[in-house]
Design a protein. Structure first.
Length: 342
C-alpha cells in the first residue's frame, strides 16, 4: 500500500500521535528503503550499472589475455573495493539507497573474475582445464566454476548483510543455480536429466523462499526469489517433458501458474505461465506447420480469449473472490499475504 507523506501525517495526528514523533517515524520509514517508483531516472541508474558490469565482462570475454593476469587481478580488486566502498558510503551516509545498492551489485558482479584470475595465476586452469577461459563462465557447465560460484554466493550474502538491496539477491539466486548445476554435472558425470531434475527442485525451493518473504511483507526481495525460482523450475520441466503426455502436463502447469498469479496477485507467475503456454503452442505449431485448420483454430482461440478478457474484466474482483473460495481454509491462512490484505 502506497502512503503519501500528507496521508501519513494526517492519519497519525488523528490517532493522537505527537508531531515530533510522527516526523521521527516518517524519517525511519524512509531510511534504507529503495525507491520502488518506476521512472526514467531509475531506469538510467540501472542502465548505467548494467553498462559498467557489461564493460568488464565484455573486456574479459573478448580478450582475457590482453593484460597480464597479475595486473588484471590488482585492477579487479581495486575495482571491487572502489564500488563496494562508495556503495556502503552512499547507502549508510548519504541515504542514496538506489545508487549505493547498485554500486554494491557492480562490486559483487566482479568477484567471479577475481577468483578466475587467482586460479589462473596459481596455474590450476593450465593444469586441469587449459581449454576453458573466462568467456565460458556464463554458458558452460563445468566443475571448475564451483569455487568461483561458491565465493560469489558468499560475497553477495556479505554485501546483503551491509546493504539490504533486493537486487543483490538476484546474484545470489543466479550463482546458486550455477553452483547446483555444476555440482550435479560433476558428480553425475554429465547426466543432463539429473541436472534438469536438480533445477526443478532448486526452483521449487526458490519459489518457497519467495512465498515466505512475501508473507513477511518483503515484496521486493520476494520478486527475485520468484523470478529465479521459475527461471530454474520451468526450463527443467521443459527438458524433462520429452513425451506428448509430458508436454500436456507442462501446458496444464503453465495454466495453473496463471491462475495462481490471480490468487496471490503476482504478475511474475502470469508472465512465466504465459511463456509456458506459448512454448506448448510453439511445439504444436512445429508439428502442425502445414495445417491451415490448426492455424485458423489457433487464431479463433486467441480472439475468443481476448474478447473474454474484455468481458470478464468488469468482474475481476468477483473472480478473485471465487478463486479464493475454492481454496481450503487451512491453505487460505497460509496464503494470507500482507499485500492482499491492504
Amino acid at each position: 500500500m502506497k502512503v503519501s507523506k500528507e496521508e501519513f501525517f494526517h492519519a497519525s495526528k488523528e490517532a493522537g500521535v505527537k508531531e515530533a514523533q510522527i516526523r521521527v517515524l516518517w524519517e525511519k520509514m524512509k531510511v534504507n528503503t529503495p525507491e520502488r517508483k518506476f521512472n526514467f531516472f531509475n531506469v538510467l541508474h540501472y542502465l548505467g550499472a548494467f553498462l559498467i558490469i557489461f564493460s568488464v565482462t565484455r573486456f574479459c570475454w573478448w580478450n582475457p589475455s590482453a593484460i597480464n593476469h597479475k595486473t588484471l587481478l590488482v585492477g579487479a580488486c581495486v575495482y571491487i573495493l572502489f564500488f563496494a566502498g562508495f556503495g556502503f558510503y552512499f547507502w549508510h551516509f548519504k541515504r542514496l539507497s538506489l545508487v549505493g545498492g547498485l554500486f554494491m551489485v557492480i562490486a559483487v558482479a566482479a568477484v567471479p573474475l577475481v577468483l578466475y584470475l587467482v586460479q589462473n595465476i596459481l596455474g590450476w586452469w593450465q593444469r586441469e582445464m587449459w581449454w576453458i577461459t573466462y568467456r565460458d563462465f556464463y554458458h558452460k557447465i563445468q566443475s571448475g566454476w564451483i569455487l568461483i560460484n561458491l565465493s560469489t554466493i558468499v560475497a553477495s550474502l556479505t554485501a546483503l548483510y551491509f546493504v539490504r538491496f533486493p537486487f543483490l539477491t538476484a546474484i545470489f539466486y543466479a550463482k546458486t543455480a550455477f553452483l547446483i548445476t555444476d555440482l550435479v554435472d560433476y558428480f553425475s558425470e554429465g547426466d543432463l536429466d539429473l541436472v534438469a531434475q536438480a533445477l526443478v527442485v532448486l526452483g521449487s525451493i526458490f519459489v518457497a523462499i519467495g512465498f515466505f518473504l512475501d508473507r513477511k511483507g518483503k515484496r521486493d526481495f520476494a520478486f527475485w526469489a520468484y523470478f529465479f525460482g521459475l527461471l530454474s523450475f520451468l526450463p527443467g520441466v521443459i527438458f524433462l517433458s520429452d513425451s506428448e503426455l509430458g508436454r500436456v502436463g507442462y501446458g496444464l502447469l503453465s495454466f495453473v501458474l496463471i491462475m495462481f498469479s490471480v490468487v496471490i496477485q503476482r504478475r511474475v507467475f502470469l508472465v512465466f505461465g504465459s511463456l509456458g503456454i506459448l512454448t506448448c503452442l510453439s511445439d504444436l505449431i512445429f508439428h502442425c506447420v502445414d495445417s491451415f485448420v490448426f492455424s485458423l483454430l489457433l487464431a479463433l482461440i486467441g480472439l475468443s480469449v481476448l474478447l473474454s478478457a474484455i468481458f470478464l474484466q468488469r468482474f475481476r474482483q468477483q473472480m478473485h473472490q471465487f478463486l479464493l473460495s475454492l481454496v481450503p481454509d487451512s491453505v487460505k491462512k497460509w496464503l494470507a499475504l500482507p499485500h492482499l490484505q491492504q
